[in-house]
Design a protein. Sequence first.
Length: 442
Amino acid sequence: MHTLLHSSAAIPVSSSTIKKMGLDPRKLSLPRWMVLAVVLLLVSGRGSCDVDPLDCGDDEDNDGIVSTPGVPVCSSTDRNALLRFKASISSDPNKVLHNWQASRHNCCDWTGVTCDGATGRVVRLKLPNQNLKGRLDAGLSGLSYLQVLILDNNDFTGSIPASFGGFGRLQRLCLSNIPSLSGPIPESFGSLKSLQLMDLRSNSLSGPLPSSFGMMSNLRNLHLYGNKISGPIPPSFGLLSQLYNCDLSNNRFSGRVPDAFAFGLTALLNLYLNDNKITGLPKDMRNLTRLQWIDLSNNPLMTGDSVEGIATAPLISQIEMSSCKIRGPFPAWVSRLPNPDFTLISDEVTPSLNLANNAISGRLPRALGKLTNLEYVNLQNNLLRGPIPASFAKLQSLRGFNVSYNQLSGKIPQVSPFTTFDKSAYKPGNPGLCGLPLTPCK
Ligand SMILES: *[C@@H]1O[C@H](CO)[C@@H](O)[C@H](O)[C@H]1NC(C)=O
Ligand SMILES: *[C@@H]1O[C@H](CO)[C@@H](O)[C@H](O)[C@H]1NC(C)=O
């Protein structure tokens, strides 16, 4: 499920927006999605502050580029940069570069090119899904007014030129699904001061992230999913005060997330670190004041304590930590988690706790019953013993619960929804559990 969700940009709806409108989903007794749909409609009529249109799609109306009337005439600097790019392309099966000719002076008419109407400078280059083969030519950075570069899903080989750090006005960089795009993210990227969206997912990038990474002070939406990026997360990351969606999943990041990471990411809503080699989180995450969703699945965390900082994030609501090799007693920080607040949750977040497929032993903590807004609890395939605490009867928002493949015993809380979950929520495993939906207790 989450693969589907995090492939699209999250839509943050600020809590203040919902509060300003005086909406409390529970009082309205409407489904949460309906309330959010209404809020989104109202918000989208208001402008772009709360709903972020940043993605690599076809929404040209949304990329902030205003073409003024009249036919712009392209600058020779830009024409030369484009011709250098063309010269490094070895195969163009769809002939999209056919009209890119030195003899056709006005490059503003060339396929995929958009100029600013007033200045004639190239502001957008957009050629996704074209099977273009060749290198990404360093000379492309001669397009010094470029705001949007979209070259997703092509067959470029080689690395990202360091000169791309010179795109001082670039707002959206979309170079995803280019399987042979390799090498590191250049140190020079720290100079991309206007960049808001970086989508480099599903390439073959490697090496560590440059220490300058946190200097991209306008970065809001980051997708690095599915590369081979290694090493620790650089401390400068904590300076990205605009970043709200951060996907570093499916890479080779290692070590503890540095304390500095939690310093200033005050806009961060979703953090995907799953499928890496991360061993722990910062101890104090209280400055991550909007963080609602963290995915750490498939990392070698080893102990519950290594991620105890999570309970200091004031709005944390969706915690995914399956298959993290966690052994020992139930993580103590669970008792300190804030109860997820529906009124503050974006429409993609589902209040949940997933600790499945670890080696957690001992008893279930009574305090879990305080998280009354949880919708999913998945604890299957651990070494849990003892009863399901009576306090769990207060988890009245639960829509999914799974404790199969443990060694729990005693009476299942005999209230809905516990009595109405499928038997497979409790069995196989737990030979000592009884009561509905299982057989009556003796
Ligand atoms: C939280 O932010 C404040 C203000 O920027 C800073 O002084 C403090 O050191 C930060 N705390 C942590 C734990 O990062
Ligand atoms: C619980 O988990 C087991 C093991 O993955 C699965 O077979 C079963 O369908 C799940 N049941 C529920 C109700 O989620």
